[in-house]
Design a protein around this ligand. Structure first.
Ligand code: IVH
Length: 715
């Protein structure tokens, strides 16, 4: 009997905790107005996680802990939409928009009936549908062909702005799981909208892919689509996708009279509705708003490719109906494409950091959406052949997102016969070494290729690597061309006089570069690992490796089996790491770096934080000895303390101790915060030492101080 009562209490407690977390998640991700600190949020989350671990039978599908963690799929199931997902007719001129207005008014006939327009930005992402049954997110799918899409439920769960459970629509209050419907019928709501990737996240993703030598996405839309269609939800989770709803599919138990009502409702139940949506009565005002948004397009942190003009009243929408899978009550009024015509003046071959040969079209300069474009990537030999781009051709060039412009297609009808075909070289155009073909990629295998060396040094000095300020492209190129450096480590042996020999480097800038070089020597293992440019090791992998292996020697000693054991490290990455350390040049580079005094002490505090954030080489980092004051001691934390569980764990582990999730005979200390739970009783029962946060701080004082210092700097 007592057990059931206790179970009930735990269940209630957990439900309450979930509600709290859901609310704070909403404040943070949807409203961008957090009410509590990240630490506090993490603490709530950790508590829920621990409770769910203890009571796995109480885990629910809409628990915030269920956003990540699903296992990879082999393939996606098909998902049939209950109501087809339509597409929009698009127009590009004012006249066409005015025609739309006339047509609509004519068809609606009644003169007395007013037309209201809702204007929404047309988000350039991927259309999806979310199904909520009794307010709980139960399925999510892609649009597919409109009738059948793919079931991507697990992936969509990782998107923080997609609620796993809806608030009730009379305010930000979560429905009670048992009382959210009075009849026996389940309540259904299908929400439709666009998944997208914010532009800055898109840039970061491409930088990361590039560093790992992987194919980058041509534009944010492809990145969003590619990320949402990942078989491994963890990959999707790492992509920082976002979501704007713009409509509904099937609904039961609700009737809406206007599109604006639908949007208001969606906002109330917890969605992030796009803030740029406006309502107008006059089509001329719609056109004005289009012009205004077109101007602001580049300031937004997501891509839009036009506006969507919708008739507001549902009754009028129904009157107008649908024709050939497009509603007659809405149109897409698209922005001009970021594409232009121009002529290919030449084709050059660029040699990258890892020796990859990339054909680049040198163009007759052309303005695209306010930017002068004079070069465009042709990606690789296969692409060059597929598109059949020849010197002298008139082509269509596109600026997509912020990536390098791209040759879209050749206007073959413009050919006069004097165009010249281009062959990719079989030897490196820079160093003359042999070129090998790896799939569609050609790679120079020259060990002392100066083009590769320039790129390697640029990479080494870049902000997320050693962040050597003032060491720009032009300087690096001169250093390599004058053979003043033969690898990145040589930079540290350059004197001020050496630097002053370079063009456009005066006394002051030579001094600045020298200082920047000195400063960059104090770095973190993770940055150094990234900087030395191991193929397939981007920033995230570097941070992970730095976490698992405490220094370069330990990593160097790692065997294939050790590396492959880390879940995030695949065969290719593992092989690439081993290959890197087998090279004589690596040996030489590392020795030189050591001689130069480059230090990345394993005990740099906040090693992990440093790698992923801006906390970096230019910041003063506190150093300390590796005194293992908590050697072998096991700690358990309970209740609310001022740091996150992850931070607490990191402190304990750095001092040589361990953290366990539950109290047992093997526990040495239980650290109790406010609102301590059952762990306290258990510890008392077992005679485990119980201390409060202050006592814990006193034990690990110096670690704590450095932690706080780092955290404050970060803020
Ligand atoms: S409404 C019945 N609203 O544009 C109308 N679509 O071809 C269905 N899109 O597949 C779409 N932003 O992916 C609508 N505010 C918005 C939109 C939007 C982007 C996309 C959506 C759809 C395509 C239309």
């Amino acid at each position: 009997m007592r057990n059931t009562a206790e179970k009930g209490a735990v269940k209630k407690y957990i439900a309450n905790l979930r509600r709290k977390i859901q609310y704070h998640n909403y404040r943070y991700y949807v409203l961008d107005e957090p009410e509590i600190s990240d630490a506090k949020y993490d603490q709530l989350f950790q508590e829920l996680k621990e409770l769910e671990q203890k009571h796995p039978e109480l885990v629910t599908a809409d628990s915030p802990t269920q956003r990540i963690g699903a296992e990879p799929l082999e393939k996606f199931d098909r998902y049939e939409h209950s109501i087809p997902m339509l597409s929009l007719n698009s127009v590009t001129t004012r006249e066409e928009v005015r025609d739309f207005d006339e047509r609509v008014r004519r068809m609606l006939g009644e003169v007395e009936e007013e037309v209201e327009y809702v204007v929404e930005p047309k988000i350039d992402g991927l259309a999806i549908e979310l199904v909520y049954v009794n307010s709980v997110f139960t399925a999510g799918s892609t649009r597919g062909d409109g009738k059948t899409g793919e079931d991507i439920t697990q992936n969509l769960k990782t998107i923080k702005t997609i609620p796993l459970r809806l608030f009730s629509d009379d305010g930000v209050r979560v429905r009670d799981s048992d009382s959210n419907h009075d009849s026996d019928r389940d309540q259904l709501l299908e929400v439709r909208g666009e998944v997208f990737i914010p532009v800055n996240k898109f840039k970061e993703l491409n930088a990361e892919l590039e560093a790992r030598d992987e194919k980058i996405f041509a534009n944010p839309r492809n990145a969003a689509a590619g990320s949402v269609r990942q078989l491994n939800p963890r990959v999707t989770a790492s992509r920082h996708l976002d979501f704007f709803p713009y409509g509904i599919g099937k609904v039961e138990g609700k009737k809406f009279l206007r599109q604006t009502e639908i949007l208001d409702y969606l906002r109330k139940v917890g969605f992030k509705v796009n803030p740029l949506i406006r309502q107008f009565d006059e089509i001329e005002n719609v056109i004005r708003y289009y012009d205004a948004l077109k101007e602001r397009r580049n300031e937004l942190d997501y891509e839009i490719d036009g506006i969507v003009v919708k008739i507001n009243k549902i009754e009028q929408q129904e009157k107008l109906g649908v024709i050939a899978r497009s509603p007659r009550w809405a149109i897409a009024y698209k922005f001009p494409a970021r594409e232009e015509f121009t002529v290919v003046n030449a084709i050059q071959v660029q040699v990258g950091r890892t020796g990859v040969l990339t054909p680049v079209a040198v163009l007759e300069p052309v303005q695209i959406a306010g930017v002068t474009v004079s070069r465009a990537s042709l990606h690789n030999e296969d692409e060059l052949m597929r598109k059949d781009v020849r010197i002298g051709d008139t082509i269509v060039v596109k600026r997509a997102g912020d990536v390098i412009p791209e040759v879209v297609s050749v206007i073959k009808s413009k050919r006069t016969g004097i165009e010249r075909e281009f062959q990719m070289p079989r030897r490196c155009p820079v160093c003359g070494a042999r070129v090998i073909k790896e799939g569609p990629i050609l790679r120079c295998i020259g060990v002392s290729c100066s083009a590769q060396l320039k790129e390697r040094i640029k990479y080494f000095a870049s902000p997320h690597a050693l962040n050597i300020k003032g060491l720009g492209e032009k300087i690096i190129e001169q250093l390599v061309d004058r053979e003043m450096v033969s690898d990145a480590a040589d930079l540290f042996f350059l004197s001020k006089n050496d630097l002053m020999k370079l063009e456009r480097v005066g006394d002051k800038s030579a001094e600045n570069i020298r200082n920047a070089l000195e400063k960059s020597k104090n770095t973190t293992f993770s940055r150094l690992l990234y900087a030395i440019g191991i193929r397939h090791v981007g920033e995230q992998t570097a941070s992970l490796l730095a976490d698992k292996f405490k220094d370069i020697d330990t990593l160097r000693a790692a065997r294939y089996e050790d590396l492959i054991q880390i879940p995030e490290i695949g065969q290719e990455v593992a092989k690439s790491i081993l290959l890197f350390f087998e090279q004589d040049s690596t040996d030489e580079l590392l020795k030189k770096l050591e001689r130069a005094g480059v230090r990345c002490d394993e005990h740099v505090y906040g090693k992990k934080a440093v790698a992923g954030t801006d906390l970096g080489a230019e910041e003063e980092v506190e150093w300390w000895s590796a005194e293992k004051i908590l050697d072998g001691k096991t700690f358990v934390f309970t209740g609310q303390i001022s740091i996150t569980r992850e931070e607490a764990r990191s402190i304990v582990e750095r001092a040589g101790g361990n953290v366990a999730l539950s109290v047992s005979k093997r526990t040495d200390y239980l650290v109790v915060g406010e609102e301590a739970g059952s762990k306290l009783e258990k510890a008392e029962e077992l005679g485990v030492k119980i201390i409060d946060e202050d006592a814990f701080r006193a034990m690990v004082g110096y670690l704590f101080r450095s932690w706080n210092k780092e955290r404050n700097k970060k803020k």
